[in-house]
Write a protein that binds this ligand. Sequence first.
Ligand code: COA
Ligand code: ZN
Length: 316
Amino acid sequence: MPSTTDPSRINLYINEVAPRDGFQNEAKFIDTDDKIALIDRLSNCGFAKIEVTSFTSPRAIPALRDAEAVMHRIRRHPDVLYTVLVPNARGAERALACQIDEANLVMSLSKSHNRANLRMGREQSFQQLQEVVAVLKRTPVLINVSLSTTFGCPMLGDIADDEIWRWMDRFAAIGVHGFTLCDTTGMAFPSQVQRICEGARTRFGEQQLTLHFHNTRGMALANTLAAINAGVVRFDAALGGLGGCPYAPGASGNVCTEDMIHMLDLMGYRTGIDLTAVLQAACLLPAMIGHEVPGQVLKAGRRLDLHPQPEQLQSA
Ligand code: COA
Ligand code: ZN
């Protein structure tokens, strides 16, 4: 889709990832019932997809050790695709027992981050994920691969574009349905995003392409617009701007859902999302997780939520 296209003709598809990317990073364990209530609320906000939880080792990510309970007890909305993070074959088995719609496999393009996060080399990760894909392909479950640190690794720096294409080629060859290019620690910047998104769309037109930005350096909304200019229509975002990888130094929150929708609505893009309902959901977060959240619209109000004038101006 060229950048000259009228925004009101562009449908954007938002994947709400706070229940996974957000909660995985919280020090305090969030009550299972609270997680379920929040996801049920999010299911009625108009999201295309919700990343519900993660079937990782409970020792690695204790915050999501209730993955089965959450997955079994949420109320599914027929228009929402429910996806979960799956790091290995054990995770795939557990996820398949919970009737997931999509498995989100994860591998880092940086060998150091892959070792820190998944405790193995990239080749070993790929071999394991290849086995997972083989199992999933016998089911109707969709397969997405999230490639962490695509826009830079906090330990090794830039990832060469050819390295991105090489790993995408290998995953495309084994039949995955979608890719998510992840800016794990907010190293992406708009012109880089546009170049990589254009490259990915040209090379991998058969797979769905999603972009996953973190706002670590304040560039996430700018990067979102750069990706839209390159024709990307699918984005991850986290309510309140929660999020972060516990195994990436300096990681902080995802692009904030309500801030992103607020901007996209003003510009006339079609997201299908009820911003008022999203803001109401975001309001519940501080009490649920025990601290303030980075989202800005929640604090400042929407652009045209006007304030009363001071009295001396009213009488003038
Ligand atoms: N679900 C539940 N338990 C799992 C599991 C899974 N998906 N994968 C491994 N385990 C358990 C094993 O059963 C084993 O338990 P035991 O010691 O009681 O026998 C233990 O975890 C270690 O297993 P091992 O195969 O040696 O895995 P590992 O320690 O090398 O860990 C990962 C590999 C990928 C499971 C782990 O590093 C992980 O979950 N990392 C988190 C990645 C993540 O979600 N990061 C943030 C998002 S990007
Ligand atoms: Zn993330």
